[in-house]
Ligand binder design. Sequence first.
Ligand code: 5GP
Length: 204
Amino acid sequence: MKRSRRGILFILSAPSGAGKTTLSRAALQRIEGLEASVSLTTRKPREGESDGVDYRFVSPADFERVRREGGLAEWAEVFDAHYGTPREPLERAIATGRDLLLDIDIQGARQIWRRYPQDAVSVFVMPPSFADLEQRLRRRATEDEKAIRERLQRAWQEASAFPEYNYLIINVDRERSLGELACVVEAERLRVGRLRPEFVPWKR
Ligand code: 5GP
């Protein structure tokens, strides 16, 4: 069924360690009508991740083929792996009025809001402090020291990109952040500019 408005692409970015994965999982479970955009990646699955749910895990050759055929709405290289958002599901969501959550980095975010300026809404999630971010990264400890250093360095750079985004959430408390994200989603859904031209709220 086609809704009265176009679908929205909610972009969620954050420096790694800001608590974005937890927030996006909670958002997908608890904000009604929000669906995940499942990215392609060439990195190996981590423990607990499953193919087709967290990512579609593909070989570098398959990734390159999809990219060359124009199958990606955006793509980027992050930590020596390739990541990309499949184009077709995203454009179908816009056309049918379904809202997607895109958990992507700044390089990808820029490509999405340039390509879909009317339909993308970007949200940046920031940890309350750099010390907090370091602590979270170390607690996670899925990486060795070198990888943690790299992530911290990158996080520092990424955090400086927040002014390019539409909204900023300082993630002090997950419930509060989720509430703020839900407000952004609700407000953006009400924008008159998203309504289809043929939409009439009521008839006399
Ligand atoms: P991770 O490997 O920890 O799951 O993700 C590493 C980074 O890649 C995160 O910042 C995540 O948001 C980003 N990422 C995940 N999927 C995509 C994607 O499809 N495109 C882009 N540009 N970045 C992505």
